[in-house]
Write a protein that binds this ligand. Sequence first.
Ligand code: FAD
Length: 411
Amino acid sequence: MLDIVIIGAGAAGLAAARRLQDKSASFRLLEAKPHIGGRVVTDSVTLGAPIDLGAHWLHSPALNPLTPLVDRYLFHVKQGAEDFRVARGSAILSGAEHDECFAYVEDCFGKIESIGGGEHDCPVAALFPFQGKWHDFFEANFIAKQGVPSDQASALDFARYVWEGDDWPVLDGFGALIARHAHGIPVELQTPAARIAWGGKAGVAVETPRGTIEARAAIIAVSTGVLASGAIRFAPSLPDWKQQAIDDLPLGSCNKVALAFTRNPFGDLDTVMLMPDLGAGPSVEFVVREGGRDIVTAMLNGPHAKALAAEGARATADYALTQLAAIFGNDVKACVTDRFVFADWDHDPWVGGCYAAARPGCHGARIELARPIESRLFFAGEAAHDRYMGDVHGAHLSGEAAAEAALSAVR
Ligand SMILES: Cc1cc2nc3c(=O)[nH]c(=O)nc-3n(C[C@H](O)[C@H](O)[C@H](O)COP(=O)(O)OP(=O)(O)OC[C@H]3O[C@@H](n4cnc5c(N)ncnc54)[C@H](O)[C@@H]3O)c2cc1C
């Protein structure tokens, strides 16, 4: 009998497969989509330049186990601190106002961090009974990090996240890098797992439209959005504690639009992160002219972005362009091309959002999500890592850990 069947060829499933391959275990890797990568995937065709639809930055490169892949495969990153600017109306802040705004945001994140290691959880929002004039901007930053507003996020969970202080954009595409590293891993594309039977005397049986696969164990490396949607039926049902962990880790929202311009209407900005202060509600970040290309990628975050995405690609692209015009003037509309890239993760049935945010009071949920069931069902993915949650390297490490655990259970 096959040792292990892996469900989902995102960063977690691919890492699990590689580890099993290295240990000469027999496995099959099933992927619902026509391509690998899940939330780390690059579109290099639409705009003639690599656009990451999902993950783009190697977070914490000094700690990140994926950093060595950059040199190994001759990819390019931008090293050093990100050039981060704030726009208010048509002004890009500078001097004392810029510093004051950043100091406020950093203080707020510092306050969340300072409760790490404590026992008492609360919504992040409860840590800020008194709010300064930059609080809406902090909130927009928080939504950009978690995909949900601060009243919907566990403070202890957020405080556990480990970030070493740097982020490197992968200029040739983070998705392309992960895909390059996956060369040689056999993947069965367009093969969604529909039902997993695990109640028999031994092993699991995974039903797909292309037939049933029996194995000693399964590694389930799909998002909590997919698990919560019921797209995979379990027979018997998952135990209550596992279902609870899934429900406690809903996905937030972060969608992307990349716009191309016929020339540069952005002055001397080059490879800059720009976030407009839009007041309460919207959270939008622009990556302006990365690598000197006349392209802007907008990241639209939180409930506002989800509602916008429901209106469609054109509505989201128009919104991004309107916000850019508010900063740079109507010239941006004159030189925008009609080609754009749109990634709507909220309405992607094989993902269902961007990354998992633990609900307030649910800071233990990631450990429970990662806990195997009866040495047969193993769980992996960004949501199942309790230090690098939400990140590609968290998903990768959780996939490796699930592979090790599954292997020792079946051998
Ligand atoms: C817009 C955006 C920006 C981001 N930015 C960054 C960033 O800059 N840096 C960073 O480190 N992280 C970032 N992330 C997060 C990062 O992309 C994810 O944490 C990581 O890629 C998740 O990997 P995963 O393997 O856990 O899940 P997924 O990537 O969701 O992989 C799961 C796979 O399972 C497949 N699947 C689902 N259901 C089934 C089924 N029934 N049968 C078979 N296959 C199935 C899916 O198609 C998918 O390929 C970002 C995410 C988004 C959405």
